[in-house]
Design a binder for this molecule. Structure first.
Ligand code: GLA
Length: 380
């Protein structure tokens, strides 16, 4: 997918040439799962599954057409407030509102064609991509003067206060600040980013179970609440500030489930720091071990995997060329991410495909991805 494609979508639906085009990527997370709402560390990469928008100023309401999702509900960008937009239009409408709130500047109505190659429901942040694509678009059209980090913060506010999902900052930051060929270590408290090249000769493979993430909303909020309660018991601002020793010392004061959840978060933060170190020093086997330990912790302590996701990860672990694999995103379904030796992609894919069918009794979907730059407007 490219800008010519979304320009054609615009012409076919609205007539005339769009004046502005923008793109924002989805993301995978290599390690650091369920740590971002604990002020912790994450390690995502933006991927070449992207959402494109082509737009022009419009006199009337903002009108939306998505090649994949059809027409979106109209809304008035200069005045829209929470509660006034439904369906997928809530993301662009929420961005219009959050951008006005952040800058105090007017945001004009647009006609927008949208086209996306981001798989839906796989946990690779199609919602952050739509927010960031509209963020960079309006930032340019209305000359709002925000940089991508500020736009990611606006997108986070949009997601929480307009769309109503109580997520962390990882997804928007990854879609905003990704860098081609690199993964990004992000401290979600300070928002400092450090880029690390992917291990030489490896590719990112998204291994999708194609299992819908049904419980995701309620179970996610429940996990969050447990983490906050554990931090409170430990007398800490967030679990990022707690050590395993402190957790064990107060174990008797919390429910066993709360203890388990905190155990995951504290050990996952350590793993993410170790991963960063291993990547820098080119310690490939260590990278694999840390990804495996992360998955096991998410399965046993955090309990956000499902049998199909475990089957996918095990299939990946036993396949040729696998450097490391684990679930990615919130869990409860969705996809695994694998780092795979470039020379072994074909045998890896056929082995995981067959093994997953055998173990899970269903068909997966596989995407070989490259790490790409974050959200941006593009000109011809
Ligand atoms: C979802 C959320 C993120 C993060 C992950 C789990 O993707 O949107 O903020 O919490 O789950 O790591």
């Amino acid at each position: 997918m490219n800008q010519d494609h979304v320009r054609r979508c615009f012409r076919a639906h609205f007539g005339g040439d769009p004046r502005h085009v923008a793109v924002a990527p989805g993301r995978v997370n290599l390690i650091g799962e369920h740590t971002d709402y604990n002020d912790g560390f994450v390690f995502p990469a933006a991927i070449d599954r992207e959402l494109w928008v082509a737009a022009d100023l419009a006199p009337g309401p903002t009108t939306l057409l998505s090649e994949q999702a059809g027409e979106g509900a109209n809304f008035d960008a200069p005045t829209v407030v929470p509660g006034q937009a439904s369906g997928w239009a809530a993301y662009p409408a929420g961005m219009a509102w959050a951008l006005r709130e952040a800058t105090g500047k007017p945001v004009p109505n647009l006609r927008v064609a949208v086209s996306s190659s981001i798989p839906l429901g796989s946990g690779v942040s199609s919602s952050a991509a739509i927010e960031m694509a509209f963020g960079v678009l309006w930032n340019r059209v209305a000359d709002l003067g925000l940089d991508n980090k500020a736009l990611a913060m606006v997108a986070h506010r949009c997601e929480r206060e307009f769309v109503g999902v109580n997520c962390g900052v990882m997804d928007m930051m990854a879609s905003a600040l990704g860098r081609a060929g690199h993964a990004m270590f992000l401290d979600t408290r300070t928002l400092d980013v450090r880029y690390a090249p992917l291990p030489e000769g490896t590719a990112i493979v998204l291994c999708d179970t194609r299992m819908p993430r049904t419980l995701a909303g309620s179970a996610y909020n429940e996990r969050r609440a447990r983490c906050e309660s554990a931090a409170a018991t430990l007398g800490k601002r967030a679990l990022r500030d707690a050590t395993l020793e402190e957790l064990f010392a107060r174990a008797g004061e919390m429910e066993p489930t709360t203890f388990q959840r905190a155990m995951h978060v504290i050990t996952e933060n350590d793993r993410t720091l170790s991963f960063s170190d291993a990547l820098e020093r080119g310690l490939t086997p260590r990278i694999g071990d840390l990804m495996r330990a992360s998955h096991d912790s998410l399965r046993v302590d955090y309990e956000v995997t499902i049998p199909e996701l475990d089957a996918m990860v095990e299939a990946a672990w036993s396949a040729p060329g696998c450097v490391g694999a684990r679930m990615t995103g919130a869990g409860f379904g969705g996809a695994a991410v694998a780092l795979v030796e470039q020379d072994a992609i074909e045998p890896f894919l056929s082995s995981v495909d067959a093994e997953f069918r055998l173990r899970a009794g269903r068909e997966g979907a596989f995407h070989v991805c490259a790490a790409v730059d974050g959200a941006r407007t593009v000109s011809r």
